[in-house]
Design a protein around this ligand. Structure first.
Ligand SMILES: C[S@@+](CC[C@H](N)C(=O)[O-])C[C@H]1O[C@@H](n2cnc3c(N)ncnc32)[C@H](O)[C@@H]1O
Length: 202
C-alpha cells in the first residue's frame, strides 16, 4: 500500500477532508474514487491549476481546489478531517497554530521530528489515536492519526509512538534507526533514543 493509499485507509466514507499541501491532489483523487468530498489546497496557484487540469472529469465534482497558506476553510465549514503530509513538523504546527478551526481528526505524515510533533499536538489538545509505519520506494514514513483530546505519554511513547498498527515494519524501521544513530555517539539525546529503541517490546 502506498503512502496516500494508507492515508485513505484511515478515512471513512462519511468524512469531509481538507488536504493542505495537496501538490498534485492525488489523495483527493483516491478519495473521489470512493465518493468522498475533499478540499485540495496548496500555497502555490500553478500547482493547483496543474492538479485541476490533470484530474479526470468524473472526480471533479468531489474536489474543491483552493489556493492558500494553511487552512483554507470558510467560516461555515466545520467538522473536517485535516491531512498534512509531506512537509516538516514545524510547518504542520505553524498551520495549526494559525487557525481557529478545530478538526474531528488530523492525519499527519511528517518528514521529521515526530517526537516533537506528538508533544506539541498535545498542547493543541490533539492526542495520538494510532500510528503506522509505511515503506514506499525504500523510504520509511510515520503516519499518525490524531483525535481531539489530551493524555500523558511515557518517554517511550513520545519517541517510538502510540498504538502502532504494523509492528513488523515498525521493528524494521527501528532497527534501521538503531544502526543509523549508533554511529553518532557524541549526541547524548540520540544515545538515549537508541537505548529506548533497543528495549522496545513489539
Ligand atoms: C512535498 S509536497 C507533499 C504533497 C502531498 N501532500 C504528499 O504527501 O504527497 C508539499 C506541498 O506542501 C505545500 N505547502 C507547504 N507549506 C504549505 C502551507 N503553509 N500551506 C499550503 N501548502 C503548503 C507545498 O507547496 C507542496 O506542494
Amino acid at each position: 500500500m502506498t503512502r496516500l493509499e494508507t492515508i485513505s485507509k484511515y478515512i471513512t466514507d462519511n468524512e469531509k477532508v481538507l488536504d493542505v499541501g495537496c501538490d498534485q491532489a492525488l489523495l483527493s483523487r483516491l478519495l473521489a474514487k470512493r465518493g468522498i468530498y475533499s478540499i485540495a489546497s496548496d500555497l502555490r496557484s500553478n500547482i493547483i491549476e496543474k492538479a485541476k487540469e490533470a484530474t479526470p472529469k468524473p472526480f471533479l465534482s468531489y474536489i474543491d481546489f483552493r489556493v492558500g497558506d494553511g487552512v483554507t476553510l470558510k467560516d461555515n465549514e466545520n467538522n473536517f478531517t485535516l491531512v498534512l503530509a509531506g512537509m516538516g513538523a514545524y510547518t504542520m504546527l505553524d498551520i495549526l497554530k494559525n487557525t481557529d478551526k478545530r478538526f474531528d481528526k488530523i492525519i499527519t505524515i511528517s518528514n521529521n521530528n515526530n517526537d516533537m510533533l506528538r508533544k506539541e499536538m498535545l498542547k493543541l489538545k490533539y492526542k495520538v489515536s494510532l500510528e503506522e509505519i509505511i515503506k514506499e520506494k525504500g523510504k520509511y514514513y510515520n503516519l499518525i492519526v490524531f483525535l481531539p483530546g489530551t493524555t500523558i505519554y511515557s518517554e517511550e511513547e513520545t519517541i517510538v509512538g502510540v498504538n502502532h498498527q504494523n509492528k513488523g515494519l515498525l521493528k524494521e524501521y527501528n532497527d534501521y534507526l538503531i544502526e543509523k544513530y549508533s554511529k553518532i555517539t557524541e549526541n547524548k539525546e540520540l544515545v538515549k533514543v537508541v537505548e529506548i529503541l533497543k528495549n522496545y517490546t513489539y
